[in-house]
Structure formats: structure tokens, C-alpha cells
Design a protein around this ligand. Sequence first.
Ligand code: KG4
Ligand code: ZN
Length: 363
Amino acid sequence: MTADLIYVLGLETSCDETAAAIVEMPVADGAPCGAGRIVANQLLSQIDMHAPYGGVVPELAARAHLSHLDRLVAAAFDEADMALADMHAIAATAGPGLIGGVLIGLTTGKALALAAQKPFIGINHLEGHALSARLTEAVDFPYLLLLVSGGHCQLLAVTALGEYTLLGQTRDDAVGEAYDKAAKLMSLGYPGGPEIERRAHHGDRAAYPLPRPLLNEDTNKADAPHCDFSFSGLKTALRQATQKAAPLDDKKVADLAASFEAAVADCLSTQTRRAMTRFRTMVTPGTDYNLVVAGGVAANQYLRAALGEAAAAEGFAMHVPPAALCTDNAAMIARAGAERFAAGFIDAAPMAIEARARWPLSG
Ligand code: KG4
Ligand code: ZN
């Protein structure tokens, strides 16, 4: 069996990262064989521009994507020492995300594909995260996916390319959003995740008793035990604890951050273990059990350790992409495009693919 190498350019503009990347993927019989290589990975973060507003301002984000994307695409070709003509396909995020930004990446991708007469593939940003672990490791289907980002918090069974079954999701805030709001409550910077993690490192995880929402729901209910999450009650409890503890000092902030993080870790690991029980009933006995954790929040070392313990207790191997591939990037979009191209999953009318603000991965 000989492998062909395919090259795909991917573009990502759905939130506050402008990115262009090229991946190489070895393919045999229509399926990837091995992780392949990221041959170019260009990324411009807009964090500094949005930080004074405490969150992403959609109009500013769209304008910045427009100003920088062309330059990043050119830089990606330079980095790879390749040209548009060397690509097998062009992929771009088509949603979900901030619609102005999505439109810019999608239109740029279509224009490049049209000019070079290459296939164009519109990618669901969440599928990019879902497949991101396959950029650096040969993780085979099926696997259980915990997707934790600023906009999403869900557990999915990934049984094949394009086959995602939702096992649980947040009923209110996404976990990254909860981190960002928690940071705001304590007057820490934006984005909140990395700052809370840094402060929590020196804190006492048991200093403030914060709730673990949904974990102790009545287990006699018809749909129990479910694998859903809820973080808004935790945020309210943190607000009350923060107000009570005022005036804050470094020690109190560290303890509040550590207590918040401990509650999040319990919620994530308990529901992931419940999803593992369900996952086992969905796959052929004898299958290796794998857990993939993806999305920006997967960069968090404390949460990784808690999830690693949960995985070990359930006999699952855990896979987490390197931090730079957990947060938004274009390599994961290029990889999803390469997998779809190899499988022949190409839209019959790619120029008609529309930008979508909402686009669930399952169903
Ligand atoms: O996946 P991502 O880059 O963008 C979305 O698609 O949402 O995730 C961004 C989110 C933000 O909410 C950020 O606060 C969170 O991921 N995040 C973290 C960490 N690094 C980023 N949350 C917790 N701990 C971290 N180290
Ligand atoms: Zn994302």
C-alpha cells in the first residue's frame, strides 16, 4: 500500500484569530494514514485589540480579518515554500462563528479555489476542533470527544469522519465563557482562562465551597444520569463569594480562582465519566477506548490532569493536542479539509456554501 501526500490550505476567521495554514496528509485508500505534517501555520491574534472591551467586538474582528488574511495566506505559502497550484484543495471555516468574520475567510477561500480551479471545502469550525488531535497523533475513530471552548461545551461520540453523536452539552454558558466571566468578576484580564489558571496555581482549591451544578440532580429521572453541564449557577456563586471576600488581594484571588477551577474540573470529569459509560455501549466490544479533549480550554493543565485521572479510572487513553492547536488555528481547518478531500466529501456546488452563525456538529 503506497501513500499519496495531499496538501490543503486552510483558513480560519470565525472569532478573534486570523489564520492560514497548510497541512500535508498521507492518504491510502481514501483515508489518512498517520498524522502528517503542518507545513505552514500563520496566525494573528486580535486579543490585544479586543481586550479593552472585555470581549470580542464583532465589527472590529471582521475588519481586522479583512486587513490581514491576504498577507497571512502569502506568508503561509512562503513558509511552506509552496504555491497555490501545489494545493489539492482549499478549505475555510464556514461557521459557526461571528458572521462577518466567517464571510471574509469563506469568500477568500472560494476566490482562491476559483482562481486556481481547485476544489473548495467549507468546514464546520467544531469539526476542526474535533479532528485537531489527529494533526499530531494517529488517533483512530471511534473516540469520545470533550469539546471545551469559548463558545462550546459538549461531549460527542466521534464514530467516523462526519459522524458525531451528541451525548451531553451545556445548558447555559460554555466553559471558556464561564472562565472569561469569572475573570471579569475578579477584575482579571481578557481572555480569562489563562489568567485564572495562572492565579489558581498558588491558591487553595478548597478555600471557597462552590457548587457543582447538575451533578447531584435526581438520578431517578428518566434521562438520568445525563452528561449535561451548567455553569451559570457556579458563576453566580463565585460572584457572591467575590463580593463577600472584598476587598480582594492576591491571596483571595488565588483562592477564588483555585476554588472555581476545582468546581469546573469536577463537573467536566464527572460528566465525561458518565459519557464514557455510554460510549462503551455504542462501540464494538474490544475497541480501544480513547478520549480526545479539544478547544481552547483544553490548554488548561489543571483540567487536563483531572480529566487524565478520570480517563485512567475508566480505562480510556487521553489525547490532547499541544496548546497552540487547542485554541483556534487554521491547521485544524486544513486537516478537516484534507480528511474530507481524501474521503471524497466534496460539495457539488461549493460556491453556494453559505456562512453560518450557528451550525451544530451533530444532527
Ligand atoms: O477554542 P477557542 O480558542 O475559541 C473558541 O472557538 O471559542 O477558545 C477560547 C476560550 C476562551 O474562553 C479562553 O478563556 C479559553 O478558551 N481558554 C482557557 C485557557 N486558555 C484559553 N480556559 C482555561 N484555561 C486556559 N489555560
Ligand atoms: Zn474554536
